[in-house]
Design a protein around this ligand. Sequence first.
Ligand code: PLP
Length: 394
Amino acid sequence: MDTPDSLLRNYGPPAFNAVRGEGAYLYDESGKGYLDFGTGIAVTSLGHSHPKWVRAVQEQASSLVHCSNLYGIPGQIELADRLVAQAGPGRILFCNSGAEANEALIKLARLHGRRQSNNEDGRRYHVVCAENAFHGRTFGGMAATPQEKVQSGFHPMLDGFRHGKLNDIASFDRLVDDSAAAVFIESIQGEGGIFPAEPGFLRELRALCDERGALLILDEVQCGIGRTGHFFAYESAGVRPDAVGMAKGLGGGFPIGAIWVAEPFADLFQPGSHGTTFGGNPLACAAAHAVLDVIEEEKLLDAVTKLSPPWHQALEALLQKHSAHITGLRGIGYMVGLQLQTDCRTVANAAREKGLLIVPAGHNTIRLLPPLIATKEDLLASVEILDEVLTNLD
Ligand SMILES: *Cc1c(COP(=O)(O)O)cnc(C)c1O
């Protein structure tokens, strides 16, 4: 297919038109079904058209869709309560996407730095991110994302970003000086090719930030909301960040983003500091409530924790069998990357032909991002299809 004439060409031409989804499957115009392990890039956490989610969105749409943040929104307040219950004492700001969550987090870092340095043009404004990161396509997100393919054509970048090496605490130790307002990293790098921050590294970063008075901010836009078997990916490291960004899986397909800010820093945002027209509107919040309800009712965190090890074992066996094509397996829970020798786009295209959707990522990696409702059969089917694909490539 070509890029349609009326659309800008910022996306490559699509492989097919998607018209319907049901559970773990996405269907094209011809009625062909695909096991969807791309999940709209880690978004459709409950799979497609989960009945409980559909009902919640329909019911909310028939009573109130939007009213702006000029008025109180009971569903938004309840959703904030639920996220605070997950993350810890603090406050929530809602927005519409991952990039917007990250913009708000960068603004938080600037406010913190200004307070720390006690002057409006504060010396303290650097945000220390990681090499190979991805934080979105806005100017803040791009500056935080040190990748030529993201930044190309858009210079000059927003000032004030530095980049250390993920899992190399010495590199952060050098960069987090008294001009640094925050450290800002993904708990698991997604677009960059599925590179988890090691638990020990996160704990050392926590200690470093405490010592230097910098905020520890985690981007959980892709890895959060249950994908690792914990609600937040950082939980397994036993650290508590000062702020967290979320989006993708939170709405289960409806656009919503959010930031959580720990209590001691929550007052950095004051009336007038920030705002958004759509953020946290009643319909978006109803969608997110449905996601959280189903995660609880269907015990999806337990399911991810229980079904991941046999799936990872099967993927490990796939690696052994096809070591000429696969050179590494990384990830946690339902966020897995296969490092390939063979071009990742060739493998993703062949998998799609055989009815499996996966997403290419950095470092010639393919990402497998199953919905949290994936069954053992779905997970093993993904390995079987990849086995066929790689056998055909031999
Ligand atoms: C996708 C992503 C973003 C950007 O989210 P959008 O909703 O596309 O703006 C930011 N950070 C991470 C880690 C992401 O994976």
